[in-house]
Every structure is written in C-alpha cells, then in structure tokens.
Design a protein around this ligand. Structure first.
Ligand code: ADP
Ligand code: MG
Length: 292
C-alpha cells in the first residue's frame, strides 16, 4: 500500500478472523541502534492512542530482521492522492476533512501532550473509498454496476466525505506530561528555553495543518520552489501568497485562518483550540450536500 525509506506497508488478513489489516514492515537490518529505538518509541506512543481520528496500532512483533506494526486498515488512500485527483476541494469538503485532522491533533496536543511532527497529506488516510462520477459536485450514491464510469473517491456516505485519520507516528514525540501538562523532565530545574521550546513544539503541527489546509483549498502547496535553498528561504521568512486567480473565490474567513497558522512567530501562531474556535471551523454546515 505504500513504501517509505525503511518500510513497506502491505494489506493483509488475519487467517482466523478474516479481519483486514495493514502491516508496516520495517527493515530493521537497515537501521542503526538509534533508529531502532525510534521505531520502538513510535510503537510505544501508538499503543496508547485511542481516538477516532488516529490510526490504531493493533499488534506489534519483531523478528531478527524486521519490525511488524499491525495497523487498522485504511483503504481510502492518502489525502495526497485525492488532492491530485480532484485538483482542489470545495471549502465545505476541505472543512470536513481538516476538522477531523484537527480533532486528532487536539487529542494529541491537549489530552496526551504529544506532537506528531510529520503532518502532511501523505500521512492522512481515508478510511474507505467509493466510486462516484468524475465531478464531485455531481456525486451520487455508490452503484457497483457503474463502477467503471467513475473515479475512485473517498467514501461519500450520508452526503459527506468519509473518515480521515492521522497515520505515521515515526517522528512523533511526547513533549508534555499527560497528567500534569507540564514539560517532560523535572520541571523545577528545566531552563526557560526548554520550557518554551516544548510549549512551541506543538506549533510545528499547526504550521503543517496550515499547509495542508492551504493545499486542500487551491491544489498546490503554500511554499514551493525547485531550488531547495530558495524554498528554505521562503519557508524561513513565511513568504507565501494567496495567488490569483486560484484564491479569488475563496472566502476571507479561510484566508484569515490560514494567516494565523502560517505565521512565523510561534507565539502568535494559533493553537489547536484557537484553530477549532475560528469562525471558518464553526460554520454549521460541516457536511456538504453533495447531491444537490
Ligand atoms: P513512512 O514512515 O515510510 O512514511 P507510513 O506509516 O507513513 O510510513 O506509511 C507509508 C504509506 O503506507 C502511507 O503514506 C500510506 O500510503 C500507507 N499506509 C500506512 N499505514 C496505512 C494503513 N493503516 N492503512 C493503509 N495504508 C497505510
Ligand atoms: Mg509517512
């Protein structure tokens, strides 16, 4: 289902129950001891996560050469592919997707003190797919006989888009003690720059969320350049624009929200609670009617 630098993800089935799962097979033999420790950390973190917006780890085992992460199967594919297919999402669809991701992030940040650190469309997966005709605003209920007339689309159930979940905790980190919500480590002796860093480290996910939202709405990312050094410079300065004509018809409210996420000053960047409280997110028609 996917290949990474050190892993391959396979679709699999439990022989006894018939349950379909995904297995992330990590090539242990290619990893040094530090990288191995990171995989075990990823497993430790995933084991404790219980949220509808986050991919579940069902089982873990290892052999001499491999680690095996048995995961809840998400057959709908990456958000990345849906963006490529659709070019861009309507505001209502984008809202429906991003709110699910944001609720997952809220659980990580506020309830568990965890930062994901690798939020991007490749790591956001749809639960299921159905087939609809090529234009999303002409969506109709799934009809098996008409399969080859349409394109694969994320599950359009009850007029809405399907469930989206956060995957890939390979870079995630516990930064905030769960019970006390203080930085990890002995607080009394922690230097202010560490306390601040830990606090702001959640903000890396918020920047990434801003990049995902921007991309959903227009179909291309906020920061891009063929030259890595120019791109790095653009990101460092937070230099992006709402390019015309692509952004002309997108609401001021959406732009305002993005402005508060793609904000270089981490102390001014929205937290997840500020994000969820923004008027663009609290609009009361979160499930777009795709049949009208
Ligand atoms: P990597 O660290 O290599 O990026 P990921 O955990 O992101 O590993 O998995 C790589 C790819 O495999 C994902 O982008 C996705 O396409 C696919 N994948 C991962 N987990 C699942 C899953 N639970 N269900 C379906 N596909 C998955
Ligand atoms: Mg990944």
């Amino acid at each position: 289902m996917g290949d990474g630098a050190f892993s391959n993800v396979y679709k699999a089935r439990y022989r006894k129950s018939g349950q379909k799962v995904a297995i992330k097979v990590v090539r242990k033999y290619e990893l040094n001891s530090n990288q191995r420790a990171n995989v075990l950390k990823e497993v430790q973190i995933m084991r404790t996560l219980k949220h509808d917006g986050i991919v579940k780890l069902l089982e873990f085992s290892e052999s001499r050469d491999h680690y095996y992460l048995v995961l809840e199967l998400l057959e709908g594919g990456e958000l990345f592919h849906q963006i490529v297919k659709l070019t861009y999402f309507s505001e209502a669809l984008a809202r429906h997707v991003i709110l699910q991701v944001a609720n997952g992030i809220r659980y990580l940040h506020e309830e568990r003190g965890i930062v994901h650190r690798d939020i991007k469309p490749e790591n956001l997966l749809f639960e299921s797919i159905k087939i609809i005709p090529s234009k999303i605003d002409k969506a109709r209920p799934y009809d098996e006989d008409k399969e080859d007339e349409g394109e694969f689309m994320p599950d359009i159930g009850g007029g809405g888009i399907g469930k989206v979940k956060i995957a890939d905790f390979g870079l995630s980190k516990v930064v905030w003690e769960e019970s006390t919500m203080t930085p990890c480590g002995t607080v009394g002796y922690t230097a202010p720059e560490i306390v601040k860093d830990e606090r702001y480290s959640k903000s890396v996910d918020m920047w990434a969320l801003g990049c995902v939202l921007y991309t959903l709405l227009c179909g291309f990312p906020p920061f891009y350049d063929e030259s890595i050094s120019v791109l790095t410079e653009k990101v460092a300065k937070g230099y992006y624009t709402f390019l015309s004509p692509w952004w002309d018809d997108i609401s001021g409210s959406a732009k305002d929200l993005i402005t508060h996420l793609l904000c270089v000053d981490t102390s001014k960047r929205f937290t997840i609670d500020e994000f969820l409280a923004h008027p663009w997110c609290t609009v009361k028609d979160p499930v777009p009617d795709l049949n009208s």
